[in-house]
Ligand binder design. Structure first.
Ligand SMILES: N[C@@H](CCC(=O)N[C@@H](CS)C(=O)NCC(=O)O)C(=O)O
Length: 201
């Protein structure tokens, strides 16, 4: 049985919920009370010493970090469509996973957590990071439908949530027409699931 340690308003958890749904994998949710500090309990820290969601438990195999969980699910359950054999597409996917964990997390995701939950951040730095990464992704999508290759991959799933949630961080996402068109393609994939606060057409 797959268990996802989850928080409904977390974009990192949404990446995992989205891939589980696209792969049609049955799973159960274990809600983690982040406001109450459950992620810092000794019990939870055994699953993830960083004290964060998401964590996936697949029949006792524990995986922390949304990017790592996407890799695990794609390789374990997704087949060649989700986990290409060739080195070059794999490296391209890895580069976007890294962008999700770095520029996307430190730009649009940070602005959202600041506006929505009041976390103190350097808004100027986060704003510059967001502008830069959104511009790069918008230009990348000018000539292609998906971040890597000819179909949706875990690169798209890793980058998507905090871009679709960017309006909650005060970003006018409509200014990035190629990103909005890509949102629409992702939302049309069979099995797509949304979450509160996400961009709507
Ligand atoms: N790199 C991690 C980041 C996870 C993360 O930032 N989780 C947040 C929720 S979105 C969290 O658990 N925060 C609680 C805390 O830090 O106390 C991932 O991609 O999974």
């Amino acid at each position: 049985m797959i268990t996802l340690y989850d928080m409904p308003l977390s974009g990192n958890c949404h990446k995992v919920r989205l891939l589980l749904s696209l792969l049609e994998l049955p799973y159960q949710i274990q809600a983690v009370d982040l406001r109450g500090g459950e992620q810092r309990s000794p019990d939870y820290l055994q699953r993830n010493p960083f004290g964060q969601v998401p964590v996936l438990d697949d029949d006792g195999l524990i995986i922390r970090d949304s990017q790592a969980i996407l890799v695990y699910l794609a390789k374990r359950y997704g087949g060649e469509t989700w986990w290409p054999d060739d080195a070059y597409p794999l490296a391209q996917i890895a580069s976007w996973l890294s962008t999700a964990a770095n520029e996307v997390a430190n730009g649009p995701a940070k602005l959202r957590v600041h506006l929505k939950f009041g976390s103190p951040i350097d808004t100027a730095v986060a704003g510059q990071t967001a502008d830069k990464v959104l511009g790069i992704i918008d230009r990348h999508l000018q000539s292609r439908d998906w971040l890597v290759g000819d179909s949706i991959s875990i690169a798209d799933i890793a980058v998507y949530p905090y871009l679709a949630l960017a309006p909650e961080g005060g970003i006018v996402i409509g200014a990035y027409a190629n990103i909005v068109a890509w949102f629409q393609r992702i939302r049309a994939v069979p099995g797509y699931v949304t979450m509160p606060g996400m961009w709507q057409a």
